[in-house]
Design a protein around this ligand. Sequence first.
Ligand code: ZN
Length: 381
Amino acid sequence: MGRKDADMSLYVDHLLKQQAVMLAMLRAMVERETPSADGPAVHGLVEYMAERFAEIGAAVESLPPSAGGQLRASWGDGAGQVLVLCHLDTVWPIGELARRPFRVEDGRAYGPGVYDMKGGIVQAFFALKALIDLNVRPASKILFLCTTDEETGSAGSRALIEQEARRSRFVLVPEPASGPAGAVKLTRKGWGIYHLTVAGRTAHAGNDHEAGISAITELAHQILKLHALTDYSAGTTVNVGVVSGGRVFNMVADRAEAGIDLRAASNEELRRAEQAIRGLAPVTPGTSLAVTGRINRPPLEATEANVRLYRRAQQIAAGMGFELPAANVGGVSDGNFTSSVGAATLDGIGAVGGGAHAVSEYIELKAMAPRAALVACLLAE
Ligand SMILES: [Zn+2]
C-alpha cells in the first residue's frame, strides 16, 4: 500500500541527498553526444535511458533510429495519464564534447546539451524516482516520451507526441527554464520556415549588361518587403537569415535565394504573415519567384488550461520557498504541439541556467533538487 501524496518538504529533502547521483547521470548523458541526425549516436543515449528507466521499475519500450529512435517509459497504474515530454537530441555535432568536456565549477555544470535539455531530463527522471523511493502512488500513470528529432523540427515524432498528448490529463515539458529566476515558458511563438528562389536572366556583365535581368536586384526588393512584415507590437518577426545568388562576379545573376524564418505569437498572425510570404510578387519585369516551406509549429498560447496548470505549479513552488515566474519566448519546443491539441501544458519546467544553443551553456546545480521536487509534486497529483 503506497500513499497518495507526500509532503513537499519530503521530496526536497530526499532529492537534496540525491544530488551526487543526479550529477553522475547528467555527466553520463552529456558524454553520450546526440546530434539529431546521427541515428547510432542518438540510439546510444536511448539505450542508456532505457536501462535507467528499467532499473527503477518502469515499463520501457525503445524504438531504433529507423523507427524514429524514440523511448517510452511508463510507471504506475493510475487512471488516466500524465505525459513528461523530453528530447534526447542536441544541436551539437559529434566532437563538441572534446572541445567542451562536461565539467562542474562554482556550482554550475557545463557541457554540450547540459541546459537544453539533458539537465531537465535528469531532474524529471529523479522526480519520478523520488515518488518510487518514497512509496507514493500517483493518481495517474506517468509516461515519459523521449524523442530524438526535436532540434530538427520533430517531423518523425510529431504524430506520436500529439497522440499521447490527447490522451493525457496534462503535459510537463522539462525544457530549460527562462532566465536566472527559472521562469517557465508560458507562451512560445509559432514558427514557419520558407525558402524563396528568384529567377532572372544571365548576360555578360561587360559586353551585354542591359540584356540581363538580375535576380540579385530582385531578391533585394523582396528582402525589404519580407522584413517589413515584422511587427514587434503584434509579436511577429520575419527574418531573412541566409541569402545566396549568382555564379561569378562578371555575369548578371540569373538566380538568387533566401532562407526565411517567421515567428508569430498567435495563429492569426502566423497565417497573415505566411499569406504575405506566399503572395510575394516580382518587382522587376522578367523575373519570377518561387516560395516553398510551411508553418512548422503553431504557437504555444496561454490557454485557460495552461494557465491553471502554471498557477498550481506556482503554488507548489511557493510552498517550497521559491518563486516560479512565467516568460513569453520566441523559441519553440514540442510543447507547442501538445498545447495546440488541447492538452494542458507546462513548458520550461526543467533546468535553470543559460546559454541554450550557445557555447556558454550551463546549469545551476542548486536549482536541481527543488525543481525536481516541484516536478515530483506535480506528478503525484
Ligand atoms: Zn530543447
